[in-house]
Design a protein around this ligand. Sequence first.
Ligand code: BG6
Ligand code: MG
Length: 218
Amino acid sequence: MPTVQACLFDLDGVIVDTAKYHYLAWRQLANQLGFDLTLEQNELLKGISRMESLEIVLGIGGVKLSEEEKLKYAAEKNAQYLEFCKQITPDDALPGVRDFLDELKEGAIKTGLGSASKNAKTILTNLDMLTYFDTIVDGNRATIGKPDPQVFLMGAQDLGVAPEHCVVFEDAVAGIQAAKAGGMIGVGIGQASVLTEADYVMPGFDGVTVKDLFDKLK
Ligand code: BG6
Ligand code: MG
């Protein structure tokens, strides 16, 4: 494996568990439109942009809307989501992730955020983690969603690191596909049975040291 010079992190599901809030907000919208959304269906929305997620939700309910209505409902969902996110505090960073980022800093390994979310900076601010990243590529900058590698390639370019020297941490299938399409090393956060295309899978960062992980990637 080439030496790791940069680590790029997805936000939702890697740094913080916001999937529960996305789910509650989408479910509320679905209920308003006359159908329900299961947790299993919510899996389809992980890593997917807001408007693409809305299309999937509407498809599940068999609901057709005009473009104007779609924008209105997406804005409503987002307002509700942000309301839930107000309760996020620094204690909500997923176990071990802050220590892992500190260790990367000590090892002079560059760090970046690569997220489809347009709310990434708000959530990082609530976590008090905005300064942990040398670059942030979020849904306001990236124009093409995962599994396209754009979001991670932009991050690598910002950091001046070639893709093969980047490790991407991702909880979504589409995110691992994006990392691999960009020629990067993809570390899955979750279950190996789900993240089958990842180079390595771990349940989270709890107890994981940078050295141990990089040894495993060799
Ligand atoms: C991703 C989430 O990180 O961001 C998706 O996994 C979400 O579930 C997407 O739809 C867009 O988020 P936001 O905050 O811009 O609506
Ligand atoms: Mg994610």
